[in-house]
Ligand binder design. Structure first.
Ligand SMILES: [Zn+2]
Length: 286
């Protein structure tokens, strides 16, 4: 991990040098504009602050592996199905190239990481979607991994957690990707039959087929502040219903007010919140 971070820093440094040589914009490699408050922030400060803007508390995207480090006790995570990868079943043009490109870029085989670990000593199964891999889109592998992880929760009688962040179903897998909505939903129904809690955490952005299936099926639905959560984009909705949408539409706070979300939790408090919810359901440290 540290090695990877160092390499990343090296990459920044190298890129900055090239950039500096070309257009003197060294600053851009170390500084960024917060998309919310628009203030100039030092990238390193943002990274060290769990990708939360230090000026306005805006929650930027947290890389999936870091999300696991944040929520799961050190050294307790066992990953499932790391080697499952998608195939170009429909012969969609350029899909294989795209998959290979993202595999190289992210060092992951698809858009979700699943596994089991402990949250302050309590067992849980956890699935973390990865927007760095094809916008966290859901194809056959994402659906299969989430379904298998839910099965593990049922067999081992431990709580189930999904942290969603996704652009929706993966269009390159057509109907196969849409089928994942039903497939994941039926296994979540089984979780509920066995009375095992499913906690869904919505992060920025949770959209499309993911919102329309497992993300909204949580027994408890938590969102990060200001996360974009929706099915279709606002422009499509406005064109369809021919009405102007209210301010803050599709943000976590709006959905909380309308009852779609149970609670909004700051990223820094998320682990403790999960611990409290699991404990409340009678689970004990094993
Ligand atoms: Zn900010």
């Amino acid at each position: 991990m540290i090695k990877k971070l160092l390499n990343k820093n090296k990459e920044y440094a190298n890129l900055s040098m090239v950039n500096n040589f070309q257009n003197n914009s060294l600053d851009e490699k170390f500084w960024m504009n917060c998309p919310e408050c628009k203030k100039n922030i030092f990238k390193k400060d943002v990274e060290e602050n769990l990708y939360i803007c230090p000026k306005c508390d805006y929650h930027l995207k947290l890389p999936a592996r870091q999300r696991i480090d944040l929520l799961i006790d050190t050294g307790t995570f066992t990953e499932f199905d790391k080697n499952l990868y998608s195939k170009n079943i429909l012969n969609f043009p350029e899909y294989e190239n795209k998959l290979n490109l993202y595999k190289d870029k992210t060092n992951e085989n698809d858009a979700v990481i699943t596994g089991t670990g402990k949250i302050n000593g309590l067992n849980a199964t956890i699935c973390v979607m990865n927007t760095d891999f094809m916008m966290g889109s859901m194809g056959a592998v994402v659906g299969e991994k989430i379904t298998r992880a839910a099965t593990y929760s049922i067999e081992n009688k431990i709580p189930f957690i999904i942290i969603s962040s996704s652009g929706g179903a993966r269009m390159q897998e057509g109907i196969i990707s849409l089928m994942q909505m039903a497939k994941t939903a039926q296994e979540l129904r089984r979780l509920s039959e066995y009375k095992i809690p499913y906690i869904s955490i919505l992060t920025d952005p949770t959209t499309g087929g993911v919102t329309a299936s497992f993300a909204m099926l949580g027994d408890i639905i938590i969102a990060e502040p200001k996360a974009l959560i929706g099915f279709a984009g606002p422009r499509v909705i406005e064109q369809t219903i021919k009405q102007t949408l209210p301010d803050g539409f599709q943000r976590a706070e709006f959905l909380l007010e309308k009852g779609f979300v149970d609670i909004i939790v700051n990223r820094k408090d998320m682990k403790n919140m999960l611990f409290r919810i699991i404990k409340m359901h009678g689970y004990q440290e094993a």
